[in-house]
Design a binder for this molecule. Structure first.
Ligand SMILES: [Zn+2]
Length: 353
């Protein structure tokens, strides 16, 4: 991966290029945004630019062929420490951060980052899944964030600011990442072989809310069926309240019992609803979306089949607002089940209008 083939996030890239050129990098960055949009790849590319031996660190470029570039690509560079939540664990573990009980402070990220850089440049750490950092883990990491070793650079990667502990947030420079644009995601979808034709890739992109992770999940039959069922339920009159809330809950259960994946899915569910309301509003106002028209001129497959289009723009606008509000609450430690219940109750009432 290099900057030429990296897709999207131009603003963040320009910002980092500038900060690196002027040698004014903070020591800790908290990168937040939806899963599957390239935050980790971005962090690795910054690391590569700083460690590539064929360029000066201030040039913010990578050659792809020097030992450092090859090692970073292979995940073996001695100055790049990468950790993420292990598959069977619900949190980033203390072992990963400060070593096991026997090796406490003689192993783990907080220890390694204090070692002298092998390359003579700097130590860089990428900590993924910081949403899952428990208080104990955060406290052990805090000392490192408060007194970072000279030149060390730490990237913390999570999905939203609200999910982070205040102590971590306040010691980091926050960098926000937005979902990829449809054409950017379509490009990645084709590159990853998730779709062959560009029209097919664009359609998959439209349903995947800027996330390559969702795009790959959308290839799953069950995911597609759920999406259709959801659209159909929201677009029926009256809404079958118990059925809708059961459908959503069953879907969340099928994805994961664990917290973050469930929250990510719930956001996606709400995104589908928001898109549907927006699309219905456009149809109601006689403004078909240009993108839709280009792909399937006769029938807008993403749009509601009818009921929602007959609602007033004001009602649809309230539905959008209420759903966006629910989406924001997903990250505020509200239980996903309670959130689904409350949201479904309200949209059922509002759609009746
Ligand atoms: Zn290189």
């Amino acid at each position: 991966m290099d900057w030429e083939t990296f897709v999207g996030h131009h603003r963040q890239r320009g910002w980092f290029a500038n900060a690196v050129r002027q040698q004014r990098l903070a020591s800790t960055f908290l990168m937040v945004g939806p899963s599957g949009i390239g935050k980790r790849t971005f962090a690795r590319l910054v690391a590569k630019s700083l460690l590539c031996t064929n360029y000066q660190p201030t040039e913010f470029a990578t050659c792809g062929t020097c030992e450092a570039c090859v090692q970073i690509e292979a995940g073996t560079h001695p100055d790049l420490i990468e950790i993420k939540r292990e598959k069977d664990k619900s949190n980033l573990s203390m072992e990963q951060l400060v070593g096991s009980d026997e090796t406490r402070m003689r192993e783990g990220l907080c220890y390694e980052i204090r070692m002298r850089p092998y390359s003579g440049r700097r130590k860089i750490a990428i900590v993924d899944d910081v949403d899952t950092l428990a208080v104990e883990g955060a406290n052990s990491l805090l000392k490192t964030l408060e007194e970072p070793p000279p030149g060390a650079l730490i990237f913390l990667i999570g999905t939203s600011e609200q999910r982070q502990l205040r102590t971590i947030r306040s010691r980091s420079q926050i960098v926000r990442f937005a979902p990829l644009a449809n054409d950017e995601l379509a490009l990645l979808i084709q590159r990853h072989g998730l779709a062959d034709k560009s029209a097919e890739a664009l359609r998959l992109a439209q349903q995947s809310h800027g996330s390559l992770l969702l795009a790959s999940q959308m290839r799953d039959e069950a995911m597609r069926e759920f999406r259709e069922l959801l659209v159909e339920s929201l677009d029926s009159k009256p809404i079958d309240f118990p059925r809708l809330s059961k459908t959503i809950t069953a879907h969340l259960d099928s994805i994961a019992s664990e917290g973050q994946a469930r929250r990510d899915q719930l956001k996606w569910v709400l995104d589908i609803a928001i898109d549907l309301y927006r699309e219905s509003m456009r149809h109601g106002l006689g403004v078909p979306s240009a993108l839709d028209a280009a792909i399937h001129p006769s029938s807008a497959e993403n749009a509601a089949s009818g009921t929602l289009q007959r609602l007033s723009p004001e009602t649809l606008s309230s539905l959008i607002q209420r759903t966006q509000q629910a989406r924001e609450q997903v990250d505020r430690n509200v239980s996903p089940a309670a959130l689904v219940e409350a949201w479904v109750t309200e949209v059922t009432g509002m759609s009746r209008a």
